[in-house]
Design a protein. Sequence first.
Length: 444
Amino acid sequence: MSYYNQQQPPVGVPPPQGYPPEGYSKDAYPPPGYPQQGYPPQGYPQQGYPPPQYAPQYGAPPPQQQQQQSSSTGLMQGCCVVELYGCATFGFDISILVNSTPIPLLTPYKMGRFNLSHRVVMPPMTRNRSYNNTPQPHAIEYYAQRATKGGFLISESASASDISQGSPNMPGIWTEDQKEAWKPIVDSVHSKGGIFFCQIWHPGRISNSRLNNWWFLWTNAAAPHDGACVEPTLRQLSTCELAHIVDDFRIAARNAIEAGFDGVEINSANSYIIEQFFNDQVNDRSDEYGGSIENRCRFALEVIGAIVNEIGGDRVGIKLGKKDSNPEALLTYLASQLTKLGVLYLHVFEPRDEPRNNCLQFIRKSFEGTLIASGGYNKNEGDVAISENCADLVSFGRLFLANPDLPKRFEVNGPLNKHDRSTFYKNDPIVGYTDYPSLQLEFA
Ligand SMILES: Cc1cc2nc3c(=O)[nH]c(=O)nc-3n(C[C@H](O)[C@H](O)[C@H](O)COP(=O)(O)O)c2cc1C
């Protein structure tokens, strides 16, 4: 990018080019070494992958008959519930007999222009399977498996630019090719009636300059974040550079909408660039981006303001954490500013080991949009959060990762698959990704 003063040429092992990655068979799918049986799953075209009817590279979503979240009644669904509850086999949906009182998480909710049929949200989850920063065909199936009619899904973090990469094989949303590659993935969610937002991020100093064309990303000169791959030097971004990053976010949001996403979520949590500005224990700037709460929120409000102008506040959500010495004061100010900008929702992540709903309570008072709770919830805790009006929606990360049909499992009180942490970020196109069984496959 011409306006960035690159320090050195990229070195090290280049990321795999294209798809399939180097070393994988170009003619057959799955690649050698991967299970040849049972893929594609039953109901999918068995000849080749991607199926021939897909557009040149990727294309149309999988056919209707493989959908697992059928709202109609059927023997398969009846059998599955029979297995769970030990009743006789009936060709109808006996889950309606099991759940006679409404489950709060499964009640409908109107989020701005979007009519949600339930409140079980799939949050953004990085999976590191986008070779060469390009979303891949296997993501079509991954997201389609988790989509339901009227369900709300948020994509894994997508980098806003070629200098905002946090780890290899994360998708981007800054080039035309990446935009094109997202389209069939978005289509697959839409074909199941899901609502799909793209999460956009910039890691700031929690990155590695090797991934970012040796561009030095640091927001300030403070000590590195614990766990950060800091390399090699910290330096403070100039205000001119900040303006470029704001523009990168704006363009990425425009690209997401052009790829077909219903909206975008800006990752302002997890100690990435925006939260690095919020956090008074990290931000040591002495200019108008450091010091007071208003100053520390300035960069976020510039980014979000630019995106709202570009695509409209009714298509913008913000993910927030609570990293600051006084999160109540910071988040109260921020929430009132985001209300003024007409932001659609706030997605609030509270770590599992800290008291829940703390932030939600004071954000609720100053934010008029939708509130999504996140952080270690199980079904019962989610139901309580909804019924006590602490949140409007609840996101379930690891549970959704391991249970593609999570809303159905909540509906029938079905058993839950356990996640396998060792495959969260494995680059495999199947293992730990699309091979978690649904109830239908488990009990078929
Ligand atoms: C494998 C994995 C990857 C994640 N990647 C992201 C991400 O890209 N962006 C983000 O905002 N949060 C990310 N998260 C956090 C989730 O969005 C969510 O807030 C968190 O998992 C909620 O806790 P839970 O898994 O106990 O439900 C990730 C979580 C997991 C488990």
